[in-house]
Write a protein that binds this ligand. Sequence first.
Ligand code: UN1
Length: 496
Amino acid sequence: MITDKKVRNFINGEWVDGKGEESTPVTNPANGQKIAQVPLSTLEDVNAAVKVAAQAQKDWAQVPAPQRAEILYQVGHLMKERKETLSKILTMENGKVLEEARGEVQEGIDMAFYMAGEGRRLFGQTTPSELRDKFAMSVRAPVGVVGIITPWNFPIAIATWKSFPAIVAGNAVIWKPATETPLMAHEMTKIFHEAGLPEGVLNVVYGTGSKVGEAMVDNDGIRVISFTGSNEVGRTIASKCGLKLKKVSLEMGGKNAVIVMDDADLDLAVEGILWSAFGTSGQRCTACSRVIVHEDVKEDLEDKLLAEMKKLTIGDGLDESVKVGPVINAQGLAKIEKYIDIGREEGAKLLAGGHVMNEEQFQGGNYFAPTLFTDATPNMQIAQEEIFGPVVSLIPVKSFKEAIEVNNQVDFGLSSSIFTRDANQVFAAQRDLDTGIVYVNAGTTGAEIHLPFGGTKGTGNGHRDSGTAALDVFTEWKAVYVDYSGKLQRAQIDID
Ligand code: UN1
């Protein structure tokens, strides 16, 4: 379908080559075939984009929000029309199975219509003034030019979580998509263009974090950086933006657990674990990588999990019968292998998987066998660090209280889940689980776009993607006072 497409930057409504000479190939993780070539842009490209964005933003901010939203409705319709094509391209460049690719595209479509609706809301507040004949209100104002840096694991959904609220709120956007998944970004950019987004409102610059990302952070014309990606990079961005007093919104992964209590429906729990641990080959920020299990049901759970894991079909995600696709690239595989060694050394017991798939049909691709460790302890590295692969570790506990403690004993705080039938435990768990997302009787994945997405502790810095919470990232609150008394009234002083 796609053969070696040369992707180009998009600046001021035009497809342009990066100013630098360098580019890098993009390969299909399922078979190693080259599918695209992506430019590695430079500081100059970013600076050129910011310049035109700043100009375009002035006019864009004057367009009434309901009209800005019309573009998003159009984007949503075009995405809907092209859902199948987009999903197939997504599977080819990211590796996730087609069913999940369709789910991700749907997430973007949902976000388009949801955020378009915000164009008719963008609510502020009126607040009574302490003085007579004076009106006070808080309104949302666009920030200006904003930068979004998006990852390869959800190249469409996460881009929509960030770009749609930014655009509907009246900002112009500089977007650095992941170099692993430029085709998704290219298709989305085409859609924005066809939907009639004025030139300069969205500018796309491909390249590495160390060049393009850094140039975005350094450019004072960009007033917000919204980043999803690794913890290490996120912390660097945060410290640089901190010194510049630049607003930054971070989402940097998780070490998400499913808690299985002794009264749980075990079959349901197994389904939830399989879906959230091995779906997307474990390459979700929300993926389940720990199972905290009550000791009384540990053996039953292990047996059921092992039986179901045997049924998982692994292969190219374009094949509809496949349930687990490849991981993104050789570095991804190497990182997972490293954690398998660590887990073994730490004394966890390997019950299944633990190896790269080397058979004939997997040649050229990056396939890792779904892996189950058991008898892990909470402080092991495999129970603390994000692996980003199809690896899950069972940690036995003796009580509900201990389960909550173990869940919270990690540096991350994105998602968590509990399987129980006890209503008291449900309410206590939703209160005590220290994560931004909590599921009851479902796995750790599957966040819906109209709720806030993000987490506590090392997962982020208090901001949220998605939902109306995303508008807080891309707007400034402006307090407006209108005095219609005809005289100078002094707050705090001229009070009757
Ligand atoms: C991510 O992995 O960063 O909740 C995004 C989920 C998806 C989004 C995951 N809706 O699993």
